[in-house]
Write a protein that binds this ligand. Structure first.
Ligand SMILES: [Zn+2]
Length: 160
């Protein structure tokens, strides 16, 4: 079975909870998503059953991603978590599930196959919200944070 790396957007979309496949997640992304209390038990089950493997990429792969992202101009759009996801995909030579434009762009340059959430064969009912990675504030459709000017990132939230 093919294992894939998940980025934070894939996690927020609930991919690991609705799939029987084994997924990899980086330590940074795991730290970012494990605070989601409602998913806490589900997360623990995934870990205990080895359907979710937490792994930190080696530094040399992160360096390769950063060099590439500087060339493509995506470096400022990428969080440390984003960089770690791309680096882990590179290291494991596996596909990356992500809907983040900068992540996808840099991955393609590095020869990593990325799979957008919407074509992963999983129907997600939700809406995209935009958030500032620095201020942790949500915005409806702005491109940049109204508080600090950072480029906003987007995540899929399930609608009830
Ligand atoms: Zn901000």
């Amino acid at each position: 079975m093919v294992s894939r790396v998940l980025d934070a957007t894939a996690f927020y979309a609930g991919i690991p909870f609705t799939s029987q496949s084994t997924h990899y997640v980086t330590t940074l992304v795991y730290d970012e998503i494990k605070h989601i209390k409602k998913n806490h038990d589900a997360l623990q089950i995934l870990i205990n059953t080895n359907r979710l493997l937490v792994k930190q990429p080696q530094t040399e792969f992160e360096e390769r991603v950063k060099i590439c992202a500087k060339k493509t101009g995506d470096i400022h759009s990428l969080s440390e978590g984003d960089i770690s996801c791309i680096a882990l995909s590179l290291e494991l030579n596996t596909e990356l599930i992500s809907d983040d434009f900068a992540v996808t762009n840099v991955s393609k340059k590095l020869g990593i196959n990325t799979i957008p959430l919407m074509t992963n064969g999983i129907k997600i009912v939700g809406k995209w919200i935009f958030y500032c990675p620095a201020c942790k504030k949500d915005f409806s459709d702005e491109k940049n944070c109204l508080l600090c000017g950072n480029k906003l990132k987007k995540k899929l939230v399930k609608t009830k």
